[in-house]
Write a protein that binds this ligand. Structure first.
Ligand code: ANZ
Ligand code: ZN
Length: 806
């Protein structure tokens, strides 16, 4: 057997195949193949370039795309740039260059890095959200939403980031901090453009059932939409004709309400104060207005003030004190609650602190608890202290009570959502101008569709002003315009759209990115959309992934597309972190760039190593050193194929079995996205085959099969070896190998050998061994224990040998 082989030279091999693929693309649309759309979450062109974590996501999606390619699909695998928005603008301000310039530079650099992955991206499909030909349609969708009554203006206190100097959507506030820069978010009263995403709340919730998405993400969206069923109950204020409506999900506990709490912002809060309480009430209202909403929610101890007024429980006439407390939110439900301390944790804590009676109305085990030390919050048990409702099961009553209350005439059945309309304006420069003209006579008028795009004008200073107005407000010649409706002087809207605007629909544009007349032609949309597989990080669960679903449903409703969910299947990859799980960031100095690794080890090795570092759905710590092992594996595989390819070895039973097992293992693991175990599988089989190569040699079919399986993972080396194995067409023109379960099965089976039903040993015998042979082998295996008289010998083929002795 010849051992002198051409050594593996990753640079030469990779350069060669890049060129070949460029001249003769491997993924072509012949109009006959079925399509498969595999999409990456497109990057924003950050100045720091890509790190190995970004790379991993793109490797995963390319492996999947190539795998589908080898199943006969035309794979739509595009890439583009999410280039508007705060990150790009903040970077530009920091560097002191115009965002347009820095964005273009960053795109060039990241594109170069992405091309090093050698993914089968179709660059003809590239989109850039800051390209006027693209944002024309971002603006067009807004105009359509405006015309449909889904975009409206409202003055209200919104989330304000004092550092980014702009308003934020609720989704962009994470634990009270700006999702982008981490500053504490405050409130600011501003006139805002809003999108009525709440109109889609029910559909966004119900259609989650249609999606093949990780349960975790579905749950996050479900919780964010936060649908709850319950009742509104009206309480009369004692000695007045005022009424307070509360929202409760637990009307079954109505008899246990011993007080009521209003949010300090509630319209009646001040009016309920009496002469004795007025000073304290006003002070409390003032103090809570100073607190941020995070403080309010995270406050360790409950605070509150008694208003001096009482309400009458409409069910039993009980007189209950009305308090104010900031643990009740003004903008959820009705901003007022009935409090049942025996069955709600927060109410319990409040009642304990302010010495308010606690009345138990659900008996967990049929009896009342003497001294409650904590609330019993489950709706399970028998009603007590509840008048006519005594003896009923709480869970049943919980469902029936809303209608009972409605019939009794003091409330109604209702549904509430946590989801709020989407605050859509940003007081920043680097975004799509909102295509609206404000006319003193006609009000807000959309820019006519045929005049889109409304170009983002040049400005002297693109720094945020902090005044609540965007830098566009300074450009008088741009701001002053005429009303599209009546022709009188009017002013342009100066706010811009959030970064999410472009990313909410970009995936539709890839398949028809040069269309001047339509966002996407219906023909192409029908043919190539929706996305079959979407790959990206989980951090977008209630932002991008919710917004895109909303946009898709809207575009479906107005007939642009014929599907109402954008992403059929979703895979969330974990993060690659630095040592000790610390997020990679420039400020921590732990960013690992793929550039040097590609240069030193080659693209194929880095691709394999990115997958080998850990389960793709989990976060993994990066350690450069491991890539040596992967490089060694590739080299050993190279040498194996090169040494065996001309050896003309005949296939043996053992080789056939190994080959089918290999196909089976790799396919199963790949299908379940267990990509790290795919790589370790390759390594194990590599070792096995190298062993065999030293004994009898490895046959060509087995080598070819291995190369085919490796192709989506390490495409260059696979192409080179495929050609070394005598083929003059691309390895990607081949079909993914199939396995035969029968051929995989072992000819031998291991069975237990027992004496009187107790296992004494194990023996390996041929599957089709005769009874005599099996018993002989079995007895030989436990010969030293066969001391006595054999009464009976039992052989259950393939399962067990039992020797009965006396
Ligand atoms: C009485 C009650 C008794 C409640 C009980 C709970 C347990 P969801 O919709 O699931 O989040 N609530 C209503 N509006 C509120 C507001 N603006 N701020 C703070 N809390 C509010 O939960 C609704 C429940 O949260 C309601 O049901 C109400 O308390 C409280 F044993 O009413 B419940
Ligand atoms: Zn007008």
């Amino acid at each position: 057997m010849s051992q002198t082989t051409v050594p593996y030279n990753h640079r030469a091999v990779e350069q060669k195949w890049r060129k070949v693929w460029e001249d003769k693309p491997i993924n072509v649309n012949d109009g006959k193949k079925p399509k498969y759309y595999c999409l990456d979450m497109f990057p924003y062109p950050s100045g720091n370039g890509l790190h190995v974590g970004h790379w991993r996501g793109y490797v995963i999606s390319d492996v999947w795309s190539r795998y589908k390619l080898m199943h006969g699909y035309y794979v739509i695998h595009p890439m583009g740039w999410d280039a508007f928005g705060l990150p790009a603008e903040n970077y530009a301000i920091k560097m002191g260059v115009h965002p347009e310039k820095s964005t273009a530079e960053n795109i060039r650099n990241i594109k170069r890095q992405i091309q090093e992955i050698a993914a089968i991206y179709d660059w003809d499909m590239e989109v850039n959200t800051t390209d006027p030909e693209f944002y024309k349609w971002t603006q067009w969708i807004f105009v359509k939403m405006f015309k449909a009554g889904l975009a409206y203006e409202k003055e209200m206190p919104i989330n304000w980031c004092p550092s980014c100097k702009t308003g934020l959507a609720n989704e962009e506030v994470v634990n009270g901090k700006c999702e982008r820069c981490g500053a504490d978010v405050t409130k600011k009263n501003l006139k805002q453009w809003m999108l009525k995403i709440t109109k889609y709340a029910d559909r966004l919730l119900a259609d989650l059932d249609k999606l093949d998405w990780p349960e975790k993400v579905k749950k996050m969206q479900t919780d964010w939409i936060g649908k709850s069923n319950g009742a509104e109950v009206n309480f009369k204020v004692d000695g007045s004709d005022k009424e307070i409506t509360v929202y409760t999900t637990r009307p079954d506990t109505l008899h246990g309400a011993t007080f009521m709490v209003l949010a300090p912002e509630h319209a009646l809060a001040k009016e309920l104060a009496t002469d004795e309480t007025r000073a304290a009430v006003e002070d409390y209202i003032y103090q809570s207005s100073l607190k941020s909403s995070v403080d309010r929610l995270q406050d360790k101890e409950k605070t509150g003030v008694f208003t001096g007024s009482y309400a009458i429980n409409p069910l039993n006439g009980a007189k209950v004190p009305i308090w104010l407390s900031d643990y009740v939110l003004a903008d959820y439900g009705t901003g007022a609650i009935m409090c049942v301390p025996a069955h709600d944790d927060r109410d319990f804590e409040f009642a304990k602190k302010f010495n308010i009676p606690i009345i138990q109305v659900i008996a967990k085990d049929g009896k009342e608890i003497e001294n409650m030390t904590e609330a019993y919050t489950e709706a399970k048990g028998i009603m007590i202290n509840s008048g006519d409702w005594n003896g009923m099961e709480s869970s049943v009553l919980k469902k029936e009570a809303p209608e009972m209350i409605e019939k009794m005439g003091f409330g109604k059945k209702t549904t509430n959502y946590k989801l709020r309309d989407w605050v859509f304006s940003r007081q920043r420069y680097w975004g799509e101008p909102i295509p609206i003209v404000h006319c003193p006579d006609c009000g807000a008028v959309p820019v006519p569709e045929e005049e889109l795009p409304l170009l983002l004008p040049e400005v002297e200073s693109y720094q945020p002003t902090g005044t609540g107005e965007s830098p566009l407000a300074d450009i008088t010649e741009w701001v002053n315009t005429t009303c599209p409706c009546c022709g009188k002087p009017a002013k342009r809207e100066t706010n811009t759209m959030p970064q999410w605007a472009g990313s909410s629909w970009y995936f539709l544009r890839y398949v028809d990115n040069k269309n001047k007349d339509e966002l996407v032609s219906r023909e192409k949309a029908d043919k190539y959309l929706p996305v079959d597989m979407y790959i990206g990080g989980v951090e977008h669960a209630v932002l991008h992934l919710l917004y895109s679903r909303f946009y898709t449903k809207f575009l479906y409703d107005i007939g642009v597309i014929d599907f109402d969910e954008p992403f059929t299947k979703l895979f969330n990859q974990g993060m690659i972190t630095g040592k000790n799980g610390i997020k990679m960031s420039k400020s921590k100095g732990n960013v690992v760039s793929p550039d040097d690794l590609v240069r030193d080890y080659g693209c194929d090795s880095l691709r394999l190593y990115e997958l080998f570092v850990g389960p793709p759905e989990l976060d993994s710590e990066w350690d450069d050193r491991g890539i040596d092992g992967v490089y060694r594996f590739i080299t050993r595989f190279w040498n194996l194929v090169m040494s065996q390819k001309d050896a003309d070895v005949a296939e043996t039973k053992e080789l056939v079995k190994i080959r089918h097992k290999l196909v089976y293992d790799i396919t199963q693991r790949l299908e379940s996205f267990s990509l790290n175990t795919v790589i370790s599988g390759f390594m194990e089989y590599n070792n096995k085959l190298i062993d065999i190569s030293k004994k009898g040699g490895v046959d060509k079919k087995t080598l070819e099969t291995y190369v085919l399986l490796l192709a989506p993972f390490a495409p260059h080396i696979a192409e080179e070896l495929w050609s070394e194995l005598g083929h003059d067409t691309s390895v990607f023109a081949e079909r993914w190998p199939e396995y035969d379960k029968d051929a995989m099965e072992d000819d031998e089976v291991e069975i237990a050998v027992q004496i009187n039903g107790k296992t004494k040993g194990v023996v390996s015998i041929a599957k089709d061994a005769s009874k005599e042979d099996a018993l002989a082998a079995g007895k030989a295996a436990i010969a030293d224990k066969l001391t006595g008289n054999v009464i009976k010998e039992i052989y259950v083929p393939g399962k067990i040998i039992n020797i009965v002795m006396k």
